[in-house]
Design a protein around this ligand. Structure first.
Ligand code: ANZ
Ligand code: ZN
Length: 816
């Protein structure tokens, strides 16, 4: 017979829904825990990755509630974005309808899993109320200069008439229509994340030990701080003439120590020097074709292709030696970094080396290793070393030379030390329908103006036609017509919508705000300051850079315009591993998906939760295993069956531990070992798998002894420990046996760990000669006597000059 999981689970789900017991309390004097799992995209169904994510968070939330904390554990939906528009194209269903129907269904699925979410704070980011405050931030950030509009190069599909994200370009073609993607310069709105580069980097230090090191490292690399020298090349006279007087161009190098090894300079294909040459019709057809091909590649594709470029028939002057240096256009030079040009040192830089080899350019060595060798036959020498061919700097260690050479540039006013970041401003304009409208207005007279706050939210029109071509808002007959809030004349609305990462950058702070204030303001100061920051954030590693970096930035930007207090949103982060089946990530295309609904129907939600927390530590990948699911179900049945022998009581039995039998003592030891483990697991390590294993062992040991009282005590402890993991069954059993109210923080029972014997080592003249076990109550004389007997063959016949007992450790004997 197996227990009736669905009856028990539905019963408790109803009790929880009716009681509202998972809502956070307004008492801000209580100690708090804010537990947040990354909110889902409403794709239609909950998948196993979600089950894992929310099972981890829920176990934490339920545990801290039991411990007496005021817990905030909210849920919502990241509900703007492209899949809704794709569904509209494919199934002719309105994106709004598709989205909200999916949300309804997924809420039911989450309920059926028994997660203890604070439902009063549920939201979807496509809700007009959410949009309203998002647009308010947008306008304020714009007014503070943290959002600006500029023209920049983006991926553009001519056929679909829309911008594509880098991820939507496959082999240079549009992922949807297959049309060739071109790089096009277009206006758009940008968030000034670069203003926060140093702070974003510095504050990663404080997250060490609280965030996975991998995520911290990825963010450090993405922000990409580097220190070096910036200087300007001057063109020789002839080149200057060709370029209508452009005097030169600026470069950035992290290796000023290699400056005497420079043999050419290179500019990006987008560089204004190239543009000038083009406009003067100075480039031949072959060069123009080459240029066009490179320009059509994304920066990523260029990095992946072979080095390529052309000599531009221009020369600059080496700033220290005065020599003429040829200038090339090269595909490996990025337009948007370090001035879009480089001083090339093929002897000491891999990319410069490859390029020089291909085009037969000079390779000038300026650094050798400490023992004088550096073979440049097959590759660049990129190790540390000593300067050669470098005039007054010869013989210097290259690290020292970096600073010395920067100083020389600064003295002669030729250049200066700078810090550069890889991080680029965040472009948030999308030419799509299902997103938050950017609340800006183009007025012929006033220019770009923010919509007035009283008109927010600017909502999407429902009557649109979604074909996948062009921006439906742009094509709408009337939507974009509006009144300029400044001068009152007819004006035109911005038709771009926001990148959906904008929404996920502040939802956690909205959750922290008392929902009773949601209508009036973005954030209620008192409640947000109480709940923020998030004590534990849980989600996938795939967000390491995008969401987790944007959110950190957004928090700081909202702080600086007066909305929030804290600088960092997430105090602790856990990145959970993927759920795999047959070694591959579960996905529709691979056909290896296990639907949580099926598992619930067959075994119940508790089994699904137990399996998913038992199968692997949360940080690791989890391989789906049908027989292990079966095993989890069997364990819950065993737990259920054992309850028959448990005494129904609200007074948990106590014991004189000493007087129990060996089996009883062992069972109690196992029970309290599990309790001890639970402290670490729930507060620190998340190693639920070890806790569950400890509970299983304890249940076995309880089965192997014969006292109903010992069983009752142990059972009570185990139910408590498992309640955050299998809440339905645990609450059901606890109600039947212990009247649920008794279900409180547990007391540790230290005496079960007391040993009844000691294990002592024996040394003779400092050498370890044996060890023995003796009753814990033995006297010192008894211990010494036993020790001497034990090592008789080492002391036999010799004079014993010293005997020392080091308490609970060893006996030390000295003989002559
Ligand atoms: C000369 C040199 C010699 C360099 C050498 C390196 C090694 P990070 O650390 O990424 O900041 N660089 C500068 N601007 C560039 C651009 N727009 N596109 C491509 N490369 C660029 O790297 C800075 C180094 O990357 C700079 O130092 C420059 O090459 C190159 F032995 O200058 B280096
Ligand atoms: Zn106006």
């Amino acid at each position: 017979m197996s227990y009736n999981s669905s009856e028990i689970e539905l019963k408790w789900q109803k009790i929880w829904a009716d009681s509202g017991e998972f809502e956070p309390k307004d008492n801000y004097n209580l100690p708090k825990k804010y537990i947040l799992s990354m909110f889902p995209y409403p794709s239609g169904r909950i998948h196993m990755g979600h089950v894992r994510n929310y099972s981890i968070g829920d176990a934490r939330a339920r545990y801290f509630r039991k411990e007496g904390f005021n817990v905030l554990h909210p849920i919502g939906f990241d509900s703007f974005g492209m899949p809704a528009e794709n569904a509209a194209i494919k199934h002719k269903v309105h994106p709004k309808k598709w989205t909200y129907e999916n949300i309804d269904y997924m809420v039911k699925e989450l309920d059926r899993l028994g997660f203890s979410f604070s439902k009063n704070r549920m939201l979807a980011t496509s809700d007009p109320l959410y949009t309203k405050f998002e647009q308010e931030f947008f306008i304020k950030l714009y007014e503070h200069g943290l959002i600006y509009r500029k023209s920049a190069v983006v991926n553009w599909c001519e056929n679909d008439q829309t911008v594509l994200a880098n991820e939507q370009v496959e082999d240079g073609k549009c992922w949807r229509c297959g049309h060739e993607v071109v790089q096009k310069e277009m206006p758009g709105y940008y968030l000034k994340i670069t203003s926060y580069a140093q702070e974003l980097l510095d504050e990663l230090k404080g997250l060490e030990g609280h965030w996975p090191q991998q995520v911290i490292t990825m963010q450090e690399n993405w922000i990409g701080r580097s220190f070096g020298l910036e200087f300007s090349f001057k063109f020789d006279d002839k080149s200057k003439e060709v370029l209508d007087g452009i005097p030169g161009f600026s470069v950035f190098t992290t290796r000023p120590d290699t400056i005497y090894g420079m043999s050419y300079a290179a500019v990006a294909p987008e560089h204004n020097v190239v543009k000038k040459l083009l406009s003067k019709n100075y480039l031949d057809e072959e060069t123009k074709t080459k240029l066009k091909n490179i320009l059509n590649q994304s920066p990523r594709e260029r990095q992946a292709s072979d080095k390529d470029g052309v000599f531009l028939n221009l020369y600059v002057i080496h700033p220290l030696t005065g020599k003429k240096i040829p200038v090339w256009m090269a595909n490996f030079v990025l337009a948007e970094y370090g001035g879009g040009a480089v001083m090339a040192v093929p002897a000491h830089d891999e990319r410069d080396y490859e390029f020089a080899k291909k085009f037969n350019l000079n390779i000038i060595q300026s650094i050798v290793s400490k023992d004088g060798v550096a073979n440049l036959e097959n590759e660049a020498y990129t190790q540390p070393g000593i300067l050669v061919n470098s005039d007054e700097f010869n013989g210097l260690d290259n690290e020292d030379a970096k600073l010395k050479i920067i100083e020389k540039f600064e003295e002669k006013k030729l250049g200066k030390r700078v810090v550069n970041f890889k991080l680029r401003d965040w472009g948030v304009s999308r030419q799509r329908y299902w997103g938050a409208p950017i609340p800006m207005i183009h007025c012929d007279k006033c220019g770009l103006v923010g919509e007035s706050f009283k008109n927010l939210p600017v909502t999407l029109p429902d009557d649109i036609e979604i074909t996948g071509e062009g921006n439906p808002l742009e094509k709408h007959p009337t939507w974009k017509n509006c009144i300029c809030p400044k001068c009152g004349r007819p004006a035109v609305r911005e038709t771009d919508t926001l990148d959906t990462f904008f929404e996920s950058s502040w939802y956690f702070a909205r959750f922290a705000s008392d929902e009773k204030t949601w209508q009036e303001k973005a954030f209620d100061e008192k409640s947000v300051n109480y709940w923020m920051n998030v004590d534990q954030y849980i989600g996938g590693i795939e967000h390491a850079i995008l969401h987790l970096l944007y959110a950190r930035f957004f928090q700081k930007a909202l702080r600086d315009i007066g909305y929030l207090r804290d600088s960092e949103p997430f105090a602790n982060l856990l990145t959970q591993g993927m759920v795999l089946k047959d070694g591959a990530k579960m996905s529709k295309s691979k056909g290896n998906v296990v639907d949580p609904d099926d598992i619930i129907e067959k075994y119940g939600a508790d089994t699904a939760r137990l399996f998913i927390l038992f199968a692997a530590p949360p940080q690791k990948e989890l391989e789906w295993n049908d027989s292990a699911v079966e095993g989890a179900y069997k364990f819950l049945n065993r737990l259920y069956d054992r309850s028959e022998n448990v005494i129904k009581t609200t007074k948990i039995p106590t014991f004189e531990h000493e007087k129990l039998s060996k089996e009883q003592k062992y069972a109690r030891l196992k029970v309290y070992e599990a309790l001890k483990k639970s402290y670490d697991v729930y507060k620190e390590t998340f190693a639920f798998n070890t806790l569950i294993a400890a509970c299983m062992e304890a249940l076995n040991a309880l089965n192997a002894q014969d006292s109903k009282e010992v069983l009752t005590e142990g059972y009570f402890v185990i139910l408590n420990l498992l309640e955050p993991i299998v809440p339905h069954l645990a609450n059901e059993l606890s109600e039947n046996l212990f009247k649920r109210e008794n279900f409180k923080t547990l007391k540790m029972c230290e005496e079960v760990f007391a040993k009844d014997s000691l294990n002592l080592a024996i040394t003779v003249n400092g050498k370890r000669r044996g060890e023995f076990e003796i009753d814990i109550n033995a006297s010192e004389a008894e211990i010494l006597a036993a020790a001497k007997k034990n090592v008789e063959k080492w002391i036999g016949g010799k004079e014993l000059v010293k005997e020392i007992y080091v308490k609970e450790k060893l006996v030390n004997l000295v003989v002559k």
